[in-house]
Every structure is written in structure tokens, then in C-alpha cells.
Design a protein around this ligand. Structure first.
Ligand code: SDX
Length: 437
């Protein structure tokens, strides 16, 4: 594997620990620290800022250069020349499909878009105002109750059937969450429509009125799915890998990914961006909010800015911004007040020394919410759409982990609690005075 070594000396250890260093096809080299356990040491890396958790061939990010490759293809190239389902094929299989492979894949996905009729009964248990992400966590996890024929994770055929079912059914389930919240009947998928077009049909069509979907809006929706498809070992993808390492079925693993994505620091940021722009309300208030974002004593952060990896523009944000302009132009919303606030906020932040010094740039979530709001998608559905696009990335990493071979993920810790102590009789104990949990 390698001739390169790192040598570690520890005060008082009396020996030098030699650790192998591995190089990938590109990106930082890694130091294999597995030997440390045998020497009585763990590595310490809260938040996994400096930890490579696995090998992967799916997605590469260069945060300093603002580069994002899916199987070697730059994200802006895919956004311009490909579509979501072709990119799904690429992420799953490693190569772009031929004409016949593409047609067959589209046909398979199209013919898996319906869900079991019993699933519609699950929604009756949710109040109409349940958060759609709460519904998605429950419903996607429950899919494993329906598909007993594809739960053997060691069977490649089962894995690919589950992948097809999840990619195909997520838009249907997402639209069902929206319809439930609106008190409207669910719309069945239409096999004559494209993937994004079908989603918008299920979202905004009704038995009484089912207008054709605007092709510019459908293309924008497809691009939103594509731009969210995968992103290396982010929090939700790492969750899916960890869940999968226990042998859990793919539907349970994806439900765990959905739950993780919900957080405002992760996929919930697009919803948080819109809420923030609406709270700012007017360009004259921007300076106040930027000051709050810079105030160490104020937990407020500029949502849609910053990234664990990108210390340059998020290349997805650049494409998303172009798409935003296209959609608002098509819908005659070029002077949308929220867009004006967003563009002014971006300009101020990019000129502010605090953001420049901390390399805080707009990320994928900054403009996506404005597009989705313009299309008529409610804010609480934004992360559901992120999850729908990201499902293929989660499944691709889950599949890669299983085919590459894996151990159950089981991190250790730096223990700072009490050491062994005697058990006092209750009558003799002083008040515990517990702090609030
Ligand atoms: C996604 O990982 C992925 O790939 C995720 C994702 C994907 O596709 O899967 O790309 C999707 O999650 C995009 C990120 C969406 N989240 C947001 O937009 C929420 C706002 N952003 C921040 O919460 C933050 O930037 C994070 C969580 C995204 C990244 O945080 P890090 O890497 O843990 O960095 P940090 O919190 O240590 O911040 C570094 C410094 C801190 O200041 P100091 O303590 O060094 O003085 O920058 C500051 C932070 O206070 N900072 C911000 C800020 N983000 C970081 N200050 C103001 N506003 C912000 N948005």
C-alpha cells in the first residue's frame, strides 16, 4: 500500500511509533493511525475536522479551490450538460451511461415511482401541520416494512433494487407530505413525465386542475436535485455509512440520513436562509444582522454562509445563483425583494473583513431557497427537497461501503468523568443539586 511513513514520538513512551501514510489519486494524504490503539492511545478529533473516515471514489471536494467532482466530472459541467437521473447513474455506477443504458435506467426509475397504497394511510396519523421532515423520517424508515424482497444488504441485486426504489419514490413521498399539509388529495405519478416534471406535477397538480409544468421550472427543479446529489462525507452521509455499518437495512439508513440532514447547520440551512431573509425584511436592516453574525456573544449566524470544507465559493452556489436568475426572470420576479436582500447581503458579506478572514462564502443553501419559494414551494419543504436530491448520494456511499468491505463504526473517547468510587447509602448523601440537563 505505501512506503511512506510518519514517525510519532510521545513523551515518556520510550519508542517512536511508525505510521503508514497513504496517497489518494488527488487531495491530502492520510496517516493511518490504527496502530495507536495497540500502543494505548486514541486520536482526538471532535467533529472529525481532520479525519478521513473511509476510502471513496464517488465525490472529491477541494475546499480551497472551490472544486466539486462527481466521479471526476466537475459539478458545473454536469449541471450544464447532464440531468439528475444521468448523474444518479454516474454516482451509482461510476461511469456515464450510454444511450441505451440511460434509457433503461430512466425507464426503471419511472416505473418505480408509485408507493404501496397502504403508505397513504400512514399520513392520516400526522396532523396537517406536522413538519414534512418529521413525516419523511417516519415514512422512509417505514418503507422497510413493505419491501421484504430487497433487505439482504449482502445481495447486490437487493441493493440495486433498493437504490432504484428509493430514488424513484422520494419525490412521490415528498409531494405526499406537501399534499397532506395542504389537505389536498395525493397525486399519482405520471409515467409520461420526466423526473423533476413529475415531482412538480405531484406537488402542484390536482384532480380538478393539472396544468402542464413550465419546462424552465422543471429544468431548474432537476438542477436543484442534481446540485444536492452528493457531497463526500458530510454529516448525513457519514450517518448513513455508520448506520449501514451495523448491517441496518437501506431504508432505515436513509431515514437516519434524513434525520441528520434536518439540522439547520446542515440541510436545514435552506429553510433557515429564507427565515433569515424574511426576518431581515429590508436592505436597511442588513448591517444590523451582519453585526450580529460577527458578535461572538450572539449565537446568530448568517445562514447560507460558511462551510466546513469550502474556504472559497461553493461551486454549487454559483450554478444555483444562475438558476435563481433564470427562474425569477421566467416568472417575472426579477425584482423579488428577498432576492434583492440576498444579493445585497452577499455583496456586504464578501466585502467584510470578518467574512474574508474566516473564508465564509455563500454555500449551496444560500440561493436554493429563493428559487424554491419563487416556484411556490413552502419553506418547510426545502429540506425535504434537499433530502430527495441527496438520496442517491447516500445510497451510493452505502453501496460503496458494503462492496468495499467494512467494520462496524465504533469511535472511542477522551473520558473525563468520575473514576471508580464507593456507593453511599441514600440517607447519608448530600444534595446532588443537578444542573439543568
Ligand atoms: C451544508 O458538509 C457538507 O458538505 C454539507 C453540505 C452538503 O452538501 O452536504 O454542503 C450542505 O450543510 C451546507 C452548510 C449549510 N449551513 C449553513 O449555511 C449554516 C451556517 N453556517 C455555519 O453554521 C457554519 O459555517 C458551518 C456549520 C456550515 C460550518 O461550520 P464549521 O466548519 O464547524 O466552522 P466553525 O463553526 O468552526 O466556524 C469557523 C468560524 C467560527 O468563528 P471562530 O470561532 O473561529 O471565531 O467562522 C464563524 C464561526 O463563528 N462562522 C460564522 C458562520 N459560519 C462560521 N460566522 C457567521 N456566520 C456564519 N454562517
Amino acid at each position: 500500500m505505501t512506503d511512506k511513513k510518519a514517525s510519532l514520538t510521545v513523551d515518556g513512551l520510550g519508542e517512536t511509533i511508525e505510521l503508514p501514510v497513504y496517497a489518494g489519486t488527488t487531495g491530502p494524504e492520510v496517516i493511518d493511525v490504527r496502530a495507536l490503539t495497540g500502543k494505548g492511545y486514541f486520536t482526538y478529533d471532535p467533529g472529525f475536522v481532520s479525519t478521513a473516515s473511509c476510502e471513496s471514489k464517488i465525490t472529491y471536494i477541494d475546499g480551497d479551490k472551490g472544486v466539486l467532482l462527481h466521479r471526476g466530472y466537475p459539478i458545473d459541467t454536469l449541471a450544464k450538460n447532464s440531468d439528475y437521473l444521468e448523474s444518479c447513474y454516474l454516482l451509482l455506477h461510476g461511469e456515464l451511461p450510454s444511450e441505451s443504458e440511460y434509457s433503461e435506467f430512466v425507464n426503471i426509475i419511472t416505473n418505480h415511482t408509485m408507493v404501496h397504497e397502504s403508505i397513504s394511510r400512514f399520513f392520516r396519523g400526522f396532523h396537517y401541520d406536522s413538519h414534512p421532515m418529521a413525516m419523511m423520517c417516519g415514512i422512509v424508515g417505514a418503507l422497510s416494512a413493505f419491501y421484504h424482497d430487497s433487505l439482504d444488504i449482502n445481495n447486490a441485486r437487493h441493493r440495486i433494487i433498493s437504490a432504484h426504489r428509493l430514488i424513484a419514490k422520494m419525490p412521490t413521498l415528498a409531494a405526499m407530505c406537501y399534499k397532506h399539509s395542504q389537505g389536498q388529495p395525493f397525486m399519482y405519478p405520471d409515467n409520461n413525465l420526466g423526473y423533476a416534471e413529475n415531482f412538480l406535477h405531484m406537488m402542484f397538480g390536482s384532480p380538478c386542475n393539472d396544468p402542464d409544468v413550465n419546462p424552465v421550472i422543471a429544468r431548474a427543479m432537476d438542477r436543484i436535485f442534481l446540485l444536492h446529489a452528493d457531497h463526500e462525507q458530510n454529516a448525513s452521509t457519514s450517518t448513513v455509512r455508520l448506520a449501514g455499518s451495523s448491517g441496518a437495512n437501506p431504508f432505515a439508513c436513509i431515514a437516519a440520513g434524513i434525520a441528520t440532514l434536518w439540522g439547520p447547520a446542515h440541510g436545514g440551512a435552506n429553510e433557515a436562509v429564507l427565515n433569515m431573509l424574511e426576518e431581515i425584511g429590508d436592505e436597511k436592516n442588513i448591517d444590523k444582522f451582519v453585526a450580529r453574525a460577527k458578535d461572538k456573544d450572539d449565537p446568530f449566524r448568517l445562514m447560507g454562509f460558511g462551510h466546513r470544507v469550502y474556504k472559497n465559493f461553493d461551486p454549487r452556489a454559483t450554478v444555483m445563483k444562475e438558476t435563481c436568475d433564470e427562474v425569477l426572470e421566467e416568472l417575472g420576479l426579477g425584482d423579488d425583494p428577498l432576492l434583492k436582500i440576498a444579493k445585497r447581503l452577499e455583496q456586504i458579506a464578501l466585502e467584510d473583513p470578518y467574512f474574508i478572514e474566516k473564508k465564509l462564502y455563500p454555500n449551496v443553501d444560500f440561493y436554493s431557497g429563493i428559487i424554491m419559494k419563487a416556484i411556490g414551494i413552502p419553506t418547510d419543504m426545502f429540506t425535504v427537497i434537499f433530502a430527495t436530491g441527496r438520496t442517491v448520494g447516500w445510497i451510493a456511499h452505502w453501496h460503496e461501503m458494503i462492496t468495499d468491505g467494512y467494520k462496524i463504526g465504533r469511535p472511542r473517547q477522551l473520558y473525563k468523568g468520575a473514576t471508580t468510587r464507593d456507593f453511599p447509602e441514600r440517607a447519608t448523601r448530600p444534595p446532588a443539586n443537578p444542573s439543568i440537563f
